[in-house]
Design a protein around this ligand. Structure first.
Ligand code: CP
Length: 311
């Protein structure tokens, strides 16, 4: 694994290896897992709270120095291109780049042009592979397998990079993926069956809600919010019809009272804040794995503690 930009590129074996490796990430024997001082270039050209902060925590825990980049005070304001910005970071010694950008395929394109690992932290309506990995890890913690798991991805499918990454990866892992949304938000490029949420709650092990991504809508229509929850969202009534063991997920930020009744955000079946917690160790695992591929880790630093058994 040289980059982490799309779930289309990641095999079942690699996904399971990353999930198992994430479990090892709370281990710290006081030494660094790396042979040299590493520097991270976190290039966020779109707003972020969870992804940016959990990468910073992940990097700090691994002993990596994060370079202090802020788009709003960088030379991109003088017209410097994305490529030249990334190349600059490579030249001054960044060990890898974490990139969030509003344009689809930015990370994939840079992965072909730059000689250090690229991690996609969300590209337009394309993909969000590290969000997907933390989602997979959260499901694995709960169910210990993916094969045969029924997962409904619910909401603004058309504009969601989280939906795309999860649909691809869950299919790779043998889960049954269903999509649920209003007709205008269906995405013909995703070849998965659609299902009404009222039906999905009765049969699914995971109800994965998506944020309504108004910033990516061509027409802004805040009026939809008045009826969205009752028409398409997870109300308390729908949640009452969920299987006892089923879990509620959402990548957040949550539009409380729109995608989900606010009281359900922290209910006993919700894993929404657990997902955020898991974002740190899964991002540590991605960084570690990419560095291991480049031979800059101390042998099998984490694997030495407990052999990883990959199914
Ligand atoms: N889930 C997610 O990507 O959140 P942020 O936009 O806050 O990073």
């Amino acid at each position: 694994m040289n980059h982490f930009v799309s779930m289309k590129d990641v095999t079942e074996h690699e996904l399971m290896q990353l999930i198992k490796l994430s479990d090892e990430m709370d281990y710290n024997n006081g030494s660094t897992p790396f042979k040299e001082q590493l520097f991270a270039g976190n290039l966020f050209f779109e707003p972020s709270t969870r992804t940016k902060m959990s990468f910073l925590v992940a990097e700090r825990k691994l002993g990596i120095e994060a370079l202090d980049f802020h788009n709003e005070s960088s030379s991109t304001l003088k017209g410097e291109s994305m490529y030249d910005t990334a190349k600059t970071f490579e030249s001054i010694g960044a060990s890898f780049l974490v990139i969030r950008h509003s344009t689809n395929n930015t990370a994939q394109q840079l992965a072909k042009q730059i000689n250090i690992p690229i991690i996609n932290a969300g590209d337009g309506t394309g993909e969000h592979p590290t969000q997907c990995l933390l989602d997979l890890y959260t499901m694995y913690e709960e169910f210990k397998e993916f094969r045969g798991l029924n997962v409904a991805i619910v909401g603004d499918i058309k504009h969601s990079r989280v939906a795309r990454s999860n649909a691809y990866a869950l299919q790779t892992l043998g889960a049954n993926v269903f999509l649920s949304c209003k007709k205008e938000w269906q995405d013909p490029s995703l070849d998965f069956p659609y299902m009404e949420l009222d039906q999905a709650v009765k049969i699914c092990d995971v109800i994965m809600l998506l944020r309504v991504q108004e910033e990516r809508h061509k027409q802004h229509n805040r009026l939809y919010k008045t009826s969205y929850l009752s028409d398409y969202g997870l109300t308390k009534e729908r949640a009452n019809n969920m299987l006892d063991h089923a879990i509620i997920m959402h990548p957040a930020p949550v539009n409380r009272g729109v995608e989900i009744d606010s009281e359900l955000v922290e209910c006993k079946n919700s894993r929404i804040f657990k997902q955020m917690e898991n974002g740190v160790k899964t991002r540590m695992a991605v960084i570690y794995q990419l560095c291991q591929s480049r031979g800059i880790t101390h042998g099998n630093y984490y694997q030495k503690r407990q052999p990883i058994i990959v199914k």
